[in-house]
Design a protein around this ligand. Structure first.
Ligand SMILES: [Zn+2]
Ligand SMILES: [Zn+2]
Length: 438
């Protein structure tokens, strides 16, 4: 597929292309901003949200790399896939009103910390916040077992043993279990996920150490596909396996070693060495995009170079690629696409908490009737079992600090008869009809 020319006017200087398929459609409530919680993703549409876009340094506008892919099934909760989970990305997921229970199916491209640093932070908290089922993590093996995803997850849980046991004081059920699908890092276009019409393939990338991967997700029913290259040098396999995808997302780095040396004081040759052994400079990102011919090319996992270098950054990409292009930052950029159109917006996010309310329907099997009452799974480790008595003895009697009209008996032990919630009542209290279809 070749890129059509710009329908909005002549190409100034030959460098700009906005194809005719870049336009909004009725399902997008607001053309200029994405307002989380206000749009149900229609059946057959994809939404890509860049929850984090940088390797280093993290900034107020760029968290560690994380790409959320949502597939519309015409219901309030779409199917979700997370590609990488860098530092700070979870706060953006919550600001996007993704219920913690649905932060699952995490594909890690490689084990650099900027690609999974929020995994140890988020898995105990999402379990605590209602994800009472195992977390599903996918990632490459390494040159030896100690360098693979399974090993990392095992030792991540060891690192968090204190945290896990502490949180067993509340309902966790199976939330601390992590099902790891570790695939052979060397497989070329190997399948690591194949379920309900969605196939995820992977291939190895040159990123100094064995065990770095790229991913391609094909949503067969909708005929839509997206590639996330992860980190690495521009390579033939990526050009081949990414070919014809709808959205091609690659990492990128500005190639101005002399200037970077002036800015950061790193010797010029050392800057070149860093770029040239690990990464894809913007020239090469554009080169790959031209090979792949996506409907949209994106660079995620890059350092915003600041206003003074924006023109240079774009020029490097444009030296090889004339098609529809955007950077994936600042966080959070949102791209909607269907077979006919592509549209990109920035999410309008609050600085404060915006977490989606806990919904009792999420813990029921799909399609199950909403009960009047249900008992919460009993925690496996009450505090009496994991704390010495003297620590509870030294707590101040709550009756001392409660004003008389606020005074109540503290709830400090799980009742013998269990904790019972009233799902129907909880929904009705929020103005939701428990018998409604959605
Ligand atoms: Zn990285
Ligand atoms: Zn890396």
């Amino acid at each position: 597929m070749t890129q059509p020319s710009n329908p909005y006017g002549a190409r100034p200087g030959g460098g700009i292309s906005l194809p005719s398929y870049y336009r909004p459609w009725p399902a997008l409530n607001n053309r200029n901003m994405y307002l989380p919680g206000t749009e149900i993703l229609p059946d057959g549409e994809m939404r890509i949200s860049v929850l984090g876009s940088t390797p280093w340094p993290p900034t107020r506008s760029q968290s560690g790399t994380c790409i959320l892919i949502e597939l519309g099934i015409g219901e309030p909760q779409p199917r979700r896939f997370f590609f990488d989970m860098g530092n700070g990305s979870i706060k953006n997921a919550l600001a996007m009103q993704i219920p913690p229970k649905f932060i699952n199916d995490i594909f890690i491209s490689h084990l650099h910390g900027d690609h999974y640093a929020d995994l140890p932070y988020c898995y105990p908290f999402t379990a605590w916040a209602g994800r009472w089922e195992p977390l599903r993590v996918y990632g490459p093996s390494g040159a030896t077992p100690e360098l693979g995803t399974t090993h990392m997850v095992h030792h991540m849980r060891e690192m968090l043993r204190w945290h896990e046991e502490n949180f067993q004081h509340v309902t966790i059920a199976d939330g601390f279990e992590i099902d790891v699908t570790e695939f052979d890092w060397k497989d070329e276009n190997g399948v690591c996920y194949d379920q309900d019409g969605v196939v995820v393939r992977h291939w190895p990338r040159s990123h100094v150490k064995d065990g770095a991967s790229a991913y391609r997700l094909d949503w067969e029913d909708a005929g839509l596909s997206v590639v996330w290259t992860g980190d690495g040098r521009p390579d033939e396999k990526t050009a081949e396996y990414a070919k014809g995808c709808d959205v091609f997302i690659t990492e990128g780095q500005i190639d101005t070693p002399g200037l970077m040396s002036l800015k950061f004081g790193v010797p010029e040759d050392l800057t070149k060495y860093t770029i040239d052994s690990w990464h894809t400079m913007y020239y090469a990102a554009g080169w790959l995009m031209n090979e792949v011919q996506p409907r949209l090319g994106m660079i995620v996992h890059y350092e915003e170079a600041g206003a003074a270098l924006e023109a240079e950054s774009i020029a490097e990409v444009r030296s090889n690629y004339k098609g529809l292009f955007m950077f994936g930052g600042p966080d959070v950029q949102v791209v909607n696409l269907n077979k006919d159109y592509v549209w990109a917006r920035e999410a309008a996010l609050p600085d404060g908490p915006a977490i989606a309310p806990l919904d009792p329907r999420w813990v029921l099997p799909p399609g199950a009737p909403i009960p009047d009452s249900m008992e919460l799974p009993r925690p496996s480790m009450p505090r009496e079992e994991q704390q010495e008595q003297f620590l509870r003895d030294m707590e101040i009697d709550p009756h001392e600090y409660y004003p008389p009209d606020a005074d109540r008996e503290p709830v400090q032990t799980w009742p013998e008869e269990g904790f019972t919630i009233s799902p129907r009542q909880m929904l009705e209290a929020r103005g939701i009809d428990p018998d409604a279809e959605d």
